[in-house]
Ligand binder design. Sequence first.
Ligand code: F0G
Length: 410
Amino acid sequence: MRAAQCTAATLKALWRTRRKSLVPIDQSGVWRFRELLPPFSDEQKILTLREGNTPLYSLPSSARAVGIEYLLAKHQGMNPTGSFKDTGMTVAASVARREGFRWVGCASTGNTSASMAAYATRAQMRSLVLIPHGKVAWGKLSQALDYGAITIELKTDFDGCSRILDEVVDRMPVYLLNSVNPYRIEGQKTAAVELLEQLDWQSPDHIIVPGGNLGNSSALGKALLELEELKFINRLPKLSIVQAEGANPLVRTMRETGGKKLISVQAETAASAISIGSPASWKKAVRVLEQTGGTVAEVSEVEIAWAKAQIGADGVGCEPASAVTLAGLKKMVQGGFVKPGESVVLILTGHLLKDPEFTLKFHRGKLFGGGPPPREAEILAPYRRAPIVLEASGDAVISALKQAEERSEA
Ligand code: F0G
């Protein structure tokens, strides 16, 4: 059955019923919505880790910090391998298995490779991972290794890894699992479907997403347009994209060419997941901005660090690349694009534990090269909590506790 053949009400009810099912593909937060995915007749070949099914949290402290009343976060970092990539990978890896591929491959800033390696090994497919040497967070690298990928660190950046992978795929029978793979985009659409289901099909005013290679924003935008077309929702949320200042090709493309010509950049940001200078899906992202009325924003390294700590203060946590959404929202509120009474959903794309090094450096005050932090970084001081090393005595601990109490009262 295809979505266009039945009413929205029928499908909404069917998808809800599947939540109670014991069948693995019904339990998947991606395949549960399979009427919106490309048909996959051989269900035995589907690879699922019960991806999707991610929580929608309120962020009350972060809402106050940016000056709006109500803020939600769809935490895609709560997927099986800790990032949103699983929602696309379950579909694309299943296709690779169905087509009989022995090898799958991707270039990655870390999360795609972790996800791909996990799904591939479950079907005894080999996986080839090309990552930029020294620029991938440890959590992600560890995952690719444990899930058995052939992991190659190339002495280049993400954009260089992508170019090499294209060459390898031309010459060898390796199935390409980068986000240009259309099946990944189809799977990633379901995050928006699940979000709207969680909101009882009432559209929020804004959805804000980080931008790297721009596959995710394209996927979410495609989902929103399809949901509107199929009458699941009666109004489109504005989908906005945030990038790091040091990796801002889409922001520059919009600002300098009105979205007509890609401005590539040499990417450099501590939010390593989105350190991408020449995004593959930029044209699709521009279309999504135009069709939904969204905007773009860029945020500094200090703003990213602030936003990550602030999301942590809500007890949620995410990786730096996800935190750009809150930093971008703050700018959109200040600039008047988001009004204080409007409803906003941030898409948090990766789990806090993906990049523990960033977090530890932040709390130890070493994020900005260990030297004196930029003046701007004074806003970070209240969020910093370096671990305290003490002699093993109750008195010492009680004294530290009292000091902390005095600081919080000050
Ligand atoms: N957030 C996280 C945590 C990511 O890992 C990525 C991309 C993005 C945001 C940006 O999404 O590329 O669809 O615009 N990571 C890719 C990877 C590039 O290889 O893991 P995008």
